[in-house]
Design a protein around this ligand. Structure first.
Ligand SMILES: N[C@@H](CCC(=O)N[C@@H](CS)C(=O)NCC(=O)O)C(=O)O
Length: 205
């Protein structure tokens, strides 16, 4: 029995789908019919009580959520597929650092933009919350950009951290002051395996 990935098109499951595909892991994709930026159907809470995708069912039937945790987990499960650096190396530290940083500072800001009503009970504050979240995303992206170590985030090889960070560009409105991350995203789009998955989720963005 393989993995089952619950997602909806244009959502964070893009990077989990890319990681599973790069790992040659057998998986079934369950795509929810739900528009990006809207809450998922209540019925999905039976699969993930927090009501979010990506939700990954492991081959033994247990449930994993949280994109960052799933990416690290898959990189460790498939060491010969080079989804990330080897544990115990300094680069592995950087890998964990930037995946966690993106999760906390980029993904959370995306949610503040999409679901401001979860972050303030004052409807008059939604626009201000959105613009502050956009600014915070830009700051976080600029810091990641300043730490790009080579052609890719950690050096000369693409890891799932690159694919994860690139995923936030289509969700970041306005001009992005992050030329290195933009270049990484171009490489992700050109990648023979990941590119087609990107286009299915994000089209030409
Ligand atoms: N912390 C979660 C965030 C996942 C998340 O926010 N997913 C969005 C789609 S990109 C979602 O499920 N939104 C529906 C909702 O929050 O109701 C992760 O890192 O996986």
């Amino acid at each position: 029995m393989g993995y089952t990935l619950h997602n909806r098109p244009g959502s964070g499951g893009f990077v989990v789908e890319a990681a599973l595909t790069l790992a040659d892991a057998p998986f079934t994709l369950v795509e929810l019919e739900s528009r990006a930026g809207t809450p998922l159907p209540e019925s999905f809470r039976g699969t993930n009580p927090w009501g979010q995708v990506p939700t990954l069912i492991l081959p033994d039937g247990s449930t994993m959520t949280e994109t960052s945790a799933i990416l690290v987990y898959l990189a460790l499960c498939f060491p010969d597929k080079h989804l990330g650096p080897r544990p115990g190396t300094p680069m592995h530290g950087a890998f964990l650092r930037w995946i966690a940083f993106a999760n906390v500072n980029l993904y959370e800001a995306v949610l503040r933009r999409a679901y401001p009503f979860r972050f303030t009970d004052d409807p008059a504050g939604h626009d201000a919350l959105r613009s502050a979240a956009t600014r915070r995303m830009g700051e976080a992206m600029a810091l990641i950009d300043a730490n790009v170590a080579g052609a890719y985030l950690l050096g000369d090889e693409m890891t799932v951290a690159d694919i994860y960070i690139a995923m936030f560009l289509p969700w970041l409105p306005g001009n992005v002051e992050a030329a290195r991350v933009v270049r990484i995203a171009e490489a992700v789009r050109r990648h023979p395996v990941v590119g087609p998955i990107w286009r299915r989720h994000f089209g030409g963005r």
